[in-house]
Design a protein around this ligand. Structure first.
Ligand SMILES: Cc1ncc(COP(=O)(O)O)c(C=O)c1O
Length: 388
């Protein structure tokens, strides 16, 4: 079979590859402690599951409008207005199967050959993958440990050309857990406005924040009309398998993305959308509990990794990832990923899974018990003696 040339430019997420390898090792009898996959590990709150069950029983098992059901789009607009202090309506919302399609559709709808798209590196690998896939030019902005893995606004300015079409930001950030400050966001918004650039703002981790309040770039003057806000239910409500996300975008772009939905998915699952409405309108107690448990886990893993000879780890402000430096161990990220999985029984991801600037780091998704985190740290402590 002959495949199209663009397929050779499409990347992937190695988390799924490492998960498959870890599962195969488990099946062969090896004990593995998991830190590879980006999900909270908590159950979806019960009232959300009940809403989905009732929706099925009530016959909500058919096609729905391509941009999402009105009650959910209204609930999303209301939530976004309250949390981001903006003024959007249901017409600005498109519901999709997960947040990822907004990334894909948004880049397809706005960028083409020769357009330059600036994205954070290390960063979620799908941005670079889609930029390359559609034939646009990916321009990485490095996130450095010295700057707490936040982008340097002067460096961002220096990367702008007349071809810059879009800047993609993600805060709280995967894979480093960094959070952009209000000043950073103001700087980015000024650059975007002065140079007529679209900002794609991936805010799927907005609720997993350990200090302060989430600030969205969308809330800055003049930004609502040039922001593609990406959010969803996967992380906040532990609903990764439900596939439910959304974009909050200018109305004209909403029409284009709705057309992309008609051409690909037709619509997002009917009963899942009703569960999403229940999630936004229901109690947040379980989400708050999850965030405080994740904070305890973050504290445990940061303290533990910093006690390992040759590893240093910043204390991230959000999401559920740590991005420790292994530069003093004298091996590459890839080698350390394989060493940990094959020899130590720990599944984590090489920083390079998130781009070239991830070399020298590893990503741990600390969605595991404190007991397992401490156990993993002890194993790593003993194992690195073999390397040093
Ligand atoms: C930064 C970021 N954006 C988007 C997603 C995808 O979210 P969803 O499951 O809603 O498609 C992820 C998942 O890991 C992510 O880390």
């Amino acid at each position: 079979m002959k495949f199209s040339e663009c397929m050779s430019r499409l990347g992937t997420e190695t988390a799924f590859k490492v998960l498959a390898k870890a599962k195969a090792l488990e099946q062969s009898g090896k004990e593995i402690i998991h830190f590879e996959i980006g999900e909270t590990g908590f159950d979806t709150p019960k009232h959300i599951c009940e809403a989905a069950k009732s929706a099925i029983d009530d016959g909500y098992t058919h096609y729905e409008p391509a941009n999402g059901i009105l009650p959910l789009r209204e609930a999303i607009a209301e939530d976004v207005n309250r949390r981001r202090r903006v003024n959007v309506s249901a017409d600005n919302v498109v519901v999709t199967p997960g947040a990822k399609p907004i990334m894909f559709f948004g880049i397809i709808a706005c960028c083409e050959n020769d357009d330059e798209v600036i994205y954070q590196n290390p960063g979620f690998p799908i941005y670079e993958s889609v930029i390359r896939f559609i034939g646009a030019k990916p321009i990485p902005i490095p996130l450095r440990e010295e700057n707490e893995f936040r982008m340097d606004i002067d460096e961002l300015k220096s990367l702008i050309t007349e071809k810059t079409r879009m800047i993609i930001i993600n805060s709280p950030h995967n894979p480093t857990g960094s959070v952009l400050t209000e000043e950073d966001l103001k700087g980015i918004s000024e650059i975007a406005i002065n140079n007529d650039i679209i900002v794609m703002s991936d805010e799927v981790y907005k609720d997993i924040l350990f200090e302060g309040e989430h600030i969205s770039i969308m809330s800055f003057n003049g930004m609502t009309e040039r922001t593609i806000l990406i959010d969803g239910f996967s992380k906040t409500f532990s609903m990764t398998g439900w596939r439910l996300g959304y974009g909050v975008i200018p109305e004209e772009l909403a029409h284009h993305i709705t057309k992309l939905m008609v051409n690909s998915n037709s619509c997002t699952t009917s009963f899942t959308q009703r569960a999403g409405t229940a999630a936004l309108e229901g109690p947040m107690g379980e989400v708050d509990d999850m965030v405080s448990k994740l904070k305890e886990r973050r504290n445990a893993i940061v303290k533990g990794l910093n006690s390992v000879d040759g590893i240093t780890c910043l204390n991230p402000k959000g999401a559920f990832y740590v991005f420790p430096s292994i530069k003093n161990l004298g091996i590459t990220s890839d080698e350390f990923e394989n060493f940990l999985l094959d020899k130590v029984g720990i599944a984590a991801l090489a920083g390079t899974s998130f781009g070239a600037y991830g070399e020298g780091y590893l990503r741990f998704a600390y969605c595991n018990s404190i007991e397992n985190i401490n156990k993993a740290v002890e194993k790593i402590k003993n194992a690195v003696k073999e390397i040093k």
